[in-house]
Ligand binder design. Structure first.
Ligand SMILES: Nc1nc2c(c(=O)[nH]1)N(C=O)[C@@H](CNc1ccc(C(=O)N[C@@H](CCC(=O)O)C(=O)O)cc1)CN2
Ligand SMILES: Nc1ncnc2c1ncn2[C@@H]1O[C@H](COP(=O)(O)OP(=O)(O)OP(=O)(O)O)[C@@H](O)[C@H]1O
Length: 194
């Protein structure tokens, strides 16, 4: 079966599993993933360093606490603007986020263009599933596959996932962009030995 046809059943399975996770369980897991990412980025303040994150909606590995902590540590934060064509806007500590496409929180703007991702040294991307070979299964819009090629050379792509969403490999197509780091509630994996 073609990869594209194998993606949807896996998306449905993971979405079903995620729908069974209680708010309490999300909070515990999110706290663990947040701690791991903060440790990975190092103890010193970000001081103007740039990270591109996603603003999670309910039912995705959370980023609210991570965004808050990074902003307070001085990191400059890029968040997606939820148009079909990828775009980014700055998010400053305390700025309100309003629900956009599919209820995902988004900053007010202005849009900086897809290429703004090139400012970031690390990109925290959403996934539904991830392979230890670096394959990533997203929600199906191709948004990250279109924007990640604009990232700075050497910028790491990190995904947040649940333990049961990590496989040896997941269905992928030539346009799919690989992942460097996988953070779950129990593990941090550097996939490219860097
Ligand atoms: N939390 C989270 N953020 C994320 C993603 C995600 O999966 N989860 N994305 C994962 O890829 C990207 C968003 N993907 C998108 C895919 C399609 C459209 C879209 O079709 N927008 C319409 C309607 C806009 C509206 O209603 O305001 C359009 O532009 O016509 C928007 C965003 C980036 N941010
Ligand atoms: N670089 C690209 N340029 C144009 N179209 C693309 C590109 N990457 C992906 N697409 C298109 O986007 C659609 C969805 O791709 P795919 O199923 O890989 O999304 P995804 O990786 O799950 O989603 P996302 O990247 O938003 O998390 C496909 O029809 C694909 O052809």
């Amino acid at each position: 079966m073609a990869a594209t046809a194998r993606k949807d059943p896996l998306r449905a399975l993971i979405s079903q599993q995620r729908s069974l996770v209680t708010p309490r369980q999300w909070a515990v897991e999110d706290a663990a993933r947040t701690g791991s990412v903060l440790r990975l980025l190092g103890p010193e303040p970000g001081e103007g360093r740039v990270v591109a994150l996603y603003a999670a909606r309910r039912g995705e590995p959370g980023t609210a606490l991570l965004i808050e902590r990074l902003a307070r540590d001085g990191w400059r934060i890029l968040l997606p603007l939820l148009k079909r064509t990828p775009d980014w806007a700055w998010h400053r500590d305390g700025d309100p986020l309003a629900p956009g496409w599919a209820g995902i929180p988004q900053p007010a703007g202005p849009g900086l263009g897809a290429e703004a991702i090139a400012l970031a040294e690390i990109v925290v991307a959403p996934c539904l599933a991830v392979g230890l070979d670096g394959t990533r299964l997203g929600t199906g819009g191709g948004w990250y596959d279109r924007v990640l090629p604009h990232r700075k050379p050497g910028a790491k792509v990190l995904v947040l996932a649940r333990d049961e969403e990590v496989f040896h490999t997941v269905p992928s197509e030539p346009h799919d962009v690989g992942v460097d780091i996988v953070v779950t509630q129990t593990t941090v994996r550097n996939l490219r030995g860097s």
